[in-house]
Design a binder for this molecule. Structure first.
Ligand code: AMP
Length: 313
């Protein structure tokens, strides 16, 4: 606890105002300490924790931002329902070694109001398809808030999950295009022991939906096995994932796409690094997942993420 921060969790400084955070961080910077940043919308879980762990390993001071950013939600999406659990988030961040939580209000982040009244960052091409198509304006909201948070926190390194593969590609593009002085690190997807990718939105699943949800990862893993065995035609890979997803009770497929890992444009064959990505509606939840396909000559390596150990009964 110091004069500017409030301690909500044990021993972690929590800032709600940009000016106060900047004072604390410029002190750290003047002492020569490196700053790592993990940007989140809160409702933290072990997927977020893996990002914090990576940041703590490589940075002197780790800042976790917790902000449910309204500009990345569409008018009929779950902005109001999105879980808000700041005290628990502070405890998790502290347990994993973060020094600071920055949890601003909407007014603090958007003093000019939201809607048409604030400057927006738009990343071309990478933002266009997949989630960009299903959620118009989503990536403008993400790009804008991430750019603002880079300006506010000034991290040397920022850590993002490969779970949101398109978001990571958008952030890499904006950092490159705007020459921002920050290194972007992508961290593997953390999955439950049954394969379901951890997500704050998994809380929306009913019991039967939760039981069926690992089918999303299994459809991707099945395709990954076929790609490793030599299948490289996008049409056939996409068709097999689509038919596996269609077997899962209670789902509606939003998209199944095989895209170039950098541009997120469709590819016809796996010849360079690619992402096989899906989005699926499950009752009130929209879940996304992917596997990353790395191609080096004739070698293909597929990053399926890593699963948590099964809990002891
Ligand atoms: P969110 O709070 O959902 O906006 O996510 C904040 C950050 O955590 C993003 O960089 C996400 O990609 C990352 N993240 C969320 N879930 C996972 C997961 N299961 N594994 C790894 N990273 C994740």
């Amino acid at each position: 606890m110091n004069q500017m921060g409030n301690t909500a969790g044990p021993g972690i400084e929590v800032f709600h105002h940009i000016a106060d955070l900047r004072v604390a961080l410029s002190r750290a910077r003047n002492e020569g300490r490196s700053i790592g940043c993990v940007m989140t919308m809160g409702a933290l879980h072990l997927g977020h924790a893996s990002l914090i762990n990576a940041a703590v390993n490589e940075s002197d001071v780790v800042v976790v931002t917790v902000f449910v950013n309204p500009t990345q939600f569409g008018p009929h999406e779950d902005l109001a329902a999105y879980p808000r659990t700041l005290d628990a988030d502070c405890s998790l961040a502290y347990t994993h070694g973060a020094a600071i939580v920055f949890a601003p209000s909407v007014e603090e982040m958007y003093p000019g109001g939201i809607g048409q009244r604030h400057t927006t960052i738009h990343v071309d091409t990478v933002s266009e398809r997949l989630c960009g198509e299903s959620r118009p304006g989503h990536f403008d909201g993400v790009s804008t808030v991430v750019t603002k948070l880079f300006g506010i926190v000034g991290p040397c390194t920022a850590y993002f999950g490969k779970k949101d593969a398109q978001q990571l590609a958008v952030i890499r593009a904006l950092t490159r295009d705007l020459s921002l002085p920050v290194e972007i690190v992508g961290c593997p997807i953390v999955r439950e022991s049954d394969g379901l990718a951890l997500s704050s939105r998994n809380q929306y699943l009913t019991g039967p939906e939760r039981q069926a949800a690992p089918g999303i990862a299994l459809a991707l893993f099945g395709a990954a096995d076929r790609i490793e065995a030599g299948e490289c035609e996008a049409a056939s890979i996409v068709a097999s994932v689509t038919s596996d997803l269609a077997e899962i009770p209670g789902t509606r497929i939003d998209y199944v796409e095989l895209v170039d890992a950098e541009t997120f444009q469709r590819i016809e064959r796996v010849e360079a690094d690619a992402v096989l990505a899906v989005a699926v509606f499950f009752g009130g939840a929209r879940l996304i997942d992917n596997v990353h396909i790395a191609v080096a000559g004739d070698d293909i390596t597929i990053d399926r993420g890593r699963s948590l150990p099964t809990e002891e009964p």
